[in-house]
Design a protein around this ligand. Structure first.
Ligand SMILES: CC(C)(COP(=O)(O)OP(=O)(O)OC[C@H]1O[C@@H](n2cnc3c(N)ncnc32)[C@H](O)[C@@H]1O)[C@@H](O)C(=O)NCCC(=O)NCCS
Ligand SMILES: Nc1ncnc2c1ncn2[C@@H]1O[C@H](COP(=O)(O)OP(=O)(O)OP(=O)(O)O)[C@@H](O)[C@H]1O
Length: 197
């Protein structure tokens, strides 16, 4: 089974694109969503809450909006949060791989695939792109957060210029129909490469 990493900056449309792969029958692993589940566990709630002087727990759950404003303004704190969450997500992905051992390939979607060196564990990588202002407008609309907050997150991610040379495929996600066509081409290309092995 091949592992295909799918990444892109905030609001590029990674999750939207991953779901298009799922429509083509490809198993998808969405790291953000799995990280959310991991962070609901009481042992993780406790460890994460210890990173902050102020309370970040509401009714036994982590207050994600509050943590979001705290960590993206403080690289050291973000790194410590990453150190708690990422090993758990890694273990969770190992289980996912075992569940889908029969698949020709699976998609692993992560916002920070290259930043965390996870591309080294992938057979191919796909980068999803869109102009920055479009990405910001999408996220403002989706999450109801300020442009300032979104720009803080962008500052904690690599820019596309750095990611493009490392990517095997690049999907420009502006028009949904054109994006879907690119997804189908990539599925065919990877299946073809797999058939040669
Ligand atoms: C800070 C948190 C609580 C904010 O949660 P919230 O539900 O508000 O937002 P969400 O998880 O959708 O993240 C918002 C955007 O930030 C970006 N982002 C998330 N984590 C990171 C990170 N560690 N580094 C850089 N960008 C990140 C993504 O583009 C994401 O879309 C959450 O992002 C988090 O716990 N991040 C650290 C763990 C992590 O790396 N998760 C993602 C991959 S495993
Ligand atoms: N081609 C498109 N046209 C219009 N809206 C889009 C398009 N692609 C995605 N969107 C919308 O933009 C928003 C962001 O998309 P999505 O959540 O897939 O991005 P993402 O890269 O996974 O974001 P994040 O890094 O925050 O997880 C969503 O509300 C989605 O419905």
């Amino acid at each position: 089974m091949k592992i295909v990493g799918l990444t892109g900056g905030i609001g590029s449309g990674k999750t939207t694109v991953a779901k298009m792969f799922a429509e083509q029958g490809v198993p998808i692993y969405i790291a953000d969503e799995r990280a959310r589940e991991v962070m609901d566990r009481s042992d993780i709630v406790k460890r994460v809450s210890e990173l902050f002087e102020e309370s970040v727990v509401v009714e036994g759950k982590l207050d994600r909006k509050k943590i979001r404003t705290l960590v993206f303004a403080d690289k050291e704190r973000l790194e410590r949060l990453n150190q708690i969450v990422h090993p758990e997500v890694k273990a969770d992905f190992e289980r996912f791989k075992q569940e889908h051992a029969e698949a020709g390939f699976v998609i692993k979607e992560s916002a920070i695939l290259f930043e965390q060196g996870l591309d080294k564990e992938c057979d191919y990588t796909i980068l999803v792109t869109a102009p920055e202002q479009i990405r910001i407008d999408r996220v403002k609309h989706r999450d109801n957060v300020s442009e300032y907050n979104i720009r803080q997150i962008i500052n904690n991610q690599w820019n596309d210029m750095r990611k493009k040379p490392l990517s095997d495929y690049i999907i420009e996600n502006i028009d949904r129909d054109l994006t879907k066509k690119q997804v189908i081409d990539i599925v065919n290309d990877i299946n073809f490469k797999n058939s040669l092995i």
